[in-house]
Design a binder for this molecule. Structure first.
Ligand code: FMN
Length: 395
């Protein structure tokens, strides 16, 4: 009897010690105790680390949405003119399987440039952007061209700082992969999001009719099934997955579990699990995760926005990216969220039939550059990794 009474607290204590040890192990494996340096650029005060106004603007540009979160931007400061700098596409950050013609990479250059524009107005250094100031790429020598020819020259002017309503949205995450409410975007929102006056040759269409939403969703799902089963494309994505806080701080670009909707303590359990068992995020498991999350997204989407361009030139691709960023910033102000669903627009061989289908049904003879879910989100989106300005700087 006496022995039994002694045993219970001992067992309880042992259990508590065991559970605490598991918790500490989980946190240690996940890297929970580390400073999340990869999130520093999201702080509004981050720009104050830089004296040079060109770097202050860059600190804003790198918060833009970008394909696969590769952040493929390089900047070069003009040594003779302190008001000028150049944006280059980073040829070491292409994703050739999913984006064989680097089209998404060019859109990503545009999304960066639009952020510079908005930040320039706010800071009193309005920018003049000239696309491909030294000529466009040699398409037969794309990688070397990216290193040689700037995508844009950016010239800073001087003006009184302006209170632009779009500025605060720069510091919000642009991609919400969660559930959206069935409520349709208001008529005012539709007219703002489809206003493309600033860009000739670019159009924006917002589809809300149930049959169109259903049909676009079906095309997007068909594309996700193809992508999920195209091993080399999935492998490319898997290779840029950062399993824990150590990896996120090391690379500061690519994907992580937050993008799949994990938060708080669950995020650390998942990160510990994926670190210990990488197979949880590769092969069939990765394909199933991707297809299931796409299905849930599509089933909870009230409308789709399509951005199209008359031609598919490099300049049009960059301009489509600028329009995309401006749509996102407007959406933030309207309380709307967006998520690109790019698979149907990708140009690799396996995707051709779906690419042709969406273009024949919704392209109006143009190239569809972006297909986006749009709606009022049920939950806010997490912040994703960002590199430091210094990592973008070319000597
Ligand atoms: C050209 C382009 C294509 C994209 N395609 C997809 C996509 O197919 N699915 C998706 O969930 N996000 C897509 N994104 C969003 C990026 O993954 C996202 O911007 C990046 O991970 C950074 O996250 P943030 O936008 O929340 O800052 C795309 C972004 C761009 C610019």
């Amino acid at each position: 009897m006496k022995k039994g009474r002694m045993t219970f607290p001992v067992i309880l204590l042992a259990l508590i010690v065991f559970l605490l040890s598991v918790l500490i192990a989980v946190f240690a494996i996940s890297g929970c105790f580390l400073h999340t340096a990869y999130l520093d650029p999201w702080k509004k005060s981050y720009q104050n680390r830089f004296e040079d106004p060109r770097l202050k603007l860059t600190a804003h540009g790198l918060l833009a949405a970008n394909s696969h979160n590769m952040q493929p931007w390089k900047i070069k400061l003009d040594k003779e003119n302190s008001s000028v700098f150049y944006l280059y596409a980073d040829s070491s950050k292409t994703t050739p399987e999913v984006d064989p013609h680097a089209r998404q990479m060019m859109i990503t250059q545009g999304s960066f440039l639009e952020y510079l524009k908005i930040a320039g107005e706010k800071l009193g250094t309005p920018v003049t952007i000239t696309l491909f100031p030294e000529g466009v790429y040699d398409e037969n020598n794309l990688s070397a061209s990216m290193d040689t020819y700037p995508v844009a020259s950016i010239t800073l002017g001087k003006a009184a700082p302006k209170n632009t309503p779009l500025y605060d949205g720069i510091f919000l995450p642009d991609t919400n992969r969660g559930i959206y409410s069935p409520t349709l975007p208001s008529a005012a929102a539709v007219s703002l999001l489809t206003d493309t006056q600033e860009y000739s040759g670019i159009s924006a269409y917002l589809y809300q009719a149930p049959d169109q939403v259903q049909s676009i969703g079906q095309i997007a799902m068909d594309a996700a099934v193809i992508e999920g089963n195209t091993k080399r494309v999935m492998k490319e994505t898997e290779e840029i997955f950062r399993a824990n806080e150590y990896q996120k701080n090391k690379y500061r670009y690519g994907f992580s579990v937050e993008g799949q909707g994990s938060k708080g303590i669950m995020k650390h359990f998942l990160q510990a699990a994926v670190t210990l068992f990488p197979s949880m995020n590769s092969g069939k498991a990765q394909t199933d995760n991707f297809m299931n999350s796409t299905r849930t997204s599509i089933e909870n989407t009230p409308s789709y926005l399509l951005l199209t361009t008359k031609d598919n030139s490099r300049i049009s691709q960059v301009e489509a990216g600028m329009l995309y960023s401006s749509c996102i910033l407007k959406a933030h102000n309207l309380g709307l969220a967006m998520q690109p669903l790019s698979q149907a627009l990708e140009e690799y061989t396996e995707m051709i039939s779906v690419y042709e289908k969406i273009h024949s049904q919704y392209g109006n003879g143009d190239t569809i550059q972006m297909l986006l879910r749009v709606g009022y989100p049920k939950q806010s989106a997490p912040l994703s990794m960002r590199q430091d300005v210094s990592s973008l700087l070319l000597k």
